[in-house]
Design a protein around this ligand. Structure first.
Ligand SMILES: *Cc1c(COP(=O)(O)O)cnc(C)c1O
Length: 405
């Protein structure tokens, strides 16, 4: 096997802890990933050795901090294969990136226009667009999903028209694990001159997207789901778009010249980076990307697929257990219910056995409405999880069923 699981697990200090007297079995990776020691060290190193504000100091510390921060931007550009470093905007996370773009389109839409969201989105890729429709009078269209948790691509073609100005879809569904055909979605949208934003928050720990090849207009993600810290993420935008959109926030760092009569804005990327950013976070984001690449996305995909297959098989041996979402073309996420049991009760009981899963609607209520359920139990696996941990999950579920029925 190409993954050396023991040495990988050694890189993650949190995996050694116990919860309720049991070894932690962390299966909530779709909500946030755990952090390898190199990422934690990079944050300590920054604050211990070269903490300073960036981009304006002439002194040594400021120059070192600026260099490290801009090197992280360059690293992110190369990883995602963008044309220019200035097309990478540091944000506080995927949510911030989506709001930045939605806000930027305010002056570009009117009552004749339509924008399109999929039925399979995280709330953070729904609500900002509803707010945009309220401000502009544009209409929100919904690209429906199929029973098997995939997108209805025939309906997509019917919904697209020359009224469509923007389409936004997640690369991978956080609630179901579905990998969406974003290449085709982007190509068809461009056929009617609509721009596309892809929410990659759930994808980037499993898949390495090639933004140039995808020809996507905007792509957002969060570092914390990729082994990086919370409070930092990136917005990629084609430089044509980023030059056209107005700034999102005003403040320091994003200006060229300020007088009370008139302010001119800084060039990209600074135009969208008002105020002092999360400097250590940006640097640590770069380190997290290096860490993922040192394991290798091909190895990650292979190993996670094995975990997924094993877990699916073991879970389906449990009576009256239903898995939601597609059976193939998905990441290592399993959303399920056990008939007659409330997800929350199951989650609470297995936490007593050290097992962390997510229960509820996973910030994707429209999906729960589609399946007419209040929520699911979601187990999401990372490359640092093991087959033994899946056995522990299954055993804990069997105990929970006994206790609750
Ligand atoms: C986690 C997630 C988000 C939100 O990310 P934040 O880091 O909370 O901004 C958006 N979309 C998807 C698909 C997600 O998984």
């Amino acid at each position: 096997m190409a993954i050396d699981i023991d040495s990988i697990r050694d890189d993650y200090p949190i995996l050694k802890r116990k919860v309720n007297g049991q070894p932690l079995v962390y299966l909530d990776n779709a909500a946030t990933s755990q952090k390898p020691q190199v990422v934690i060290d990079s944050i300590i190193d920054y604050y211990s050795n070269y903490n300073a504000n960036i981009h304006r100091g002439v002194h040594t510390l400021s120059q070192e901090a600026t260099r490290a921060y801009e090197q992280a931007r360059k690293k992110i550009q190369l990883h995602f294969n963008a044309n220019h470093p200035h097309e990478i905007i540091f944000t506080s996370g995927a949510t911030h990136g989506i709001n930045l773009v939605a806000s930027g389109f305010t002056g570009r839409l009117n009552q004749e226009d339509e924008i399109m969201v999929s039925e399979m989105e995280h709330h953070s890729n729904i609500v900002p667009w509803q707010m945009l429709c309220e401000k502009t009078g544009a209409t929100l269209r919904v690209l429906p999903m199929n029973e098997d948790g995939t997108l209805n691509m025939e309906a997509y073609e019917d919904l697209l028209s020359d009224r469509t100005k923007l389409v936004f879809v997640n690369h991978v569904s956080n609630a179901l694990g579905t990998i969406n055909p974003i290449g085709e979605i982007i190509q068809k949208a461009h056929g009617v001159d609509a721009a596309v934003l892809i929410d990659g928050a759930q994808a980037c720990s499993h898949i390495k997207p090639d933004l140039l090849q995808l020809d996507v207009d905007f792509y957002v993600t969060s570092a914390h789901k990729m082994g990086g810290p919370t409070g930092v993420g990136m917005l990629y935008g084609k430089d044509k778009w980023l030059n056209e959109l107005p700034p999102y926030q005003g403040g320091g760092e994003m200006i060229k010249e300020v007088t009370f009569e008139r302010t001119t804005y800084a060039d990209l990327p600074h135009k969208f980076e008002a105020g002092t950013p999360n400097i250590s976070g940006g640097i640590a984001f770069g380190v997290a990307i290096d860490h993922l690449n040192s394991i290798g996305f091909k190895n990650i995909e292979e190993y996670e697929n094995e975990l997924l297959e094993y877990a699916t098989e073991k879970l389906l041996e449990i009576e009256d257990l239903t898995i939601y979402g597609p059976s193939k073309n998905k990441t290592s996420v399993i959303s399920f219910n056990i008939e007659g049991l409330h997800p929350y009760d199951v989650g609470t009981i297995i936490d007593q056995m050290g097992i962390a899963v997510r229960t509820g609607h996973h910030c994707a209520q429209p999906i729960m409405d589609f399946y007419k359920i209040p929520g699911t139990i979601r187990a999401s696996f990372s490359f640092y999880n093991t087959f033994e941990e899946i056995d522990s999950l299954v055993e804990a579920l069997r105990k929970a069923i006994k206790m609750l029925t």
